[in-house]
Design a protein around this ligand. Structure first.
Ligand SMILES: N[C@@H](CCC(=O)N[C@@H](CS)C(=O)NCC(=O)O)C(=O)O
Length: 256
């Protein structure tokens, strides 16, 4: 089922960063289905971060959400990126037809969520609510392990998923058409390149299918238009993907 266009979709996500909201934005952008980015509206028009707080405090309908991104669709308020995408994916034409393949896409999306949580924990290894500067020593230790072990493990896993999808000759993660998991993979790869330029740069040559997937997503007309627009916020150090050189891999030594 594809979206007919008369449903009102409201995304609630913190102002000023791409964050986890971006995984949801990319799906709507690719589908060309309008959505309201509520917190980016002025508070006078019901926007601002206060609009998110209201939903978190139970002022909205439905199930009480724990953390943004939130998607409000009528009386439904959904949280958890993977859950939001599982719900809107079929409506946006970004999910496979079969129930089994939809579960597979969801499985990948949940693995991306795990990956993102580990990226976040490189700069916040001790306390989510405390500033990076208060946990820098632990962050260095955490990031060193992440860069050496977890980053290659996650990336080579997704590379292998593409390689095994012979049906699509490695062009998509699942099935033979684009799904929201492919868009999320793109977002993850661009974020990693920003945050860990050295570590990611060292791994990239061993990830030809992921690199090609990223380039293909980036070149899709609606995604390209979105990436070039003001709606696409630049990476910054309040976001999940942060460029702290001390957390990146040391550049390879040249012994000449
Ligand atoms: N697993 C959740 C994580 C949600 C999450 O951590 N949201 C962040 C912003 S990206 C937040 O505001 N968290 C507040 C909190 O955990 O108290 C998802 O994938 O949506």
């Amino acid at each position: 089922m594809n979206e007919s266009g008369d449903t009102r979709y409201e995304l609630y996500y913190w102002n000023g960063i791409q964050g986890r909201g971006e995984f949801v934005r990319l799906a709507f952008e690719e589908a060309g289905v309008p959505y309201v980015d509520v917190a980016r509206l002025p508070p006078k028009k019901g926007g601002g971060d206060i609009a998110i707080q209201r939903l978190l405090e139970g002022e909205g309908p439905g199930l009480l959400p724990f953390a943004p991104p939130l998607l409000k669709v009528g009386e439904l308020v959904l949280a958890q990126v993977a859950n939001i995408l599982f719900f809107v994916g079929p409506r946006l034409g970004l999910a496979p037809e079969s129930e089994a393949a939809r579960a597979e896409v969801n499985q990948l999306q949940l693995t991306i969520a795990d990956f993102i949580a580990e990226v976040h924990d490189t700069h916040h290894p001790i306390a989510v609510g405390k500033r990076y500067e208060t946990q820098k020593v632990a962050a260095r230790r955490r990031a060193a392990f992440f860069v050496e072990h977890r980053l290659p493990r996650f990336l080579s896993y997704f590379e292998d998923v593409l390689a095994r999808n012979t049906r699509a000759r490695g062009r998509f993660l699942v099935g033979n058409s684009l799904t929201y998991a492919d868009l999320s993979m793109f977002q993850t790869l661009t974020g990693l390149e920003y945050a860990f330029p050295t570590a990611f740069g060292l791994l990239a040559p061993s990830l030809p299918r992921l690199s090609a997937l990223r380039a293909r997503v980036e070149a899709r007309p609606k995604i390209a238009a979105y990436l070039g627009s003001e709606q696409r916020l630049p990476n910054n150090e309040s976001d999940i993907f942060r460029r702290y050189p001390e957390l990146d891999a040391a550049p390879a030594r040249r012994d000449s």
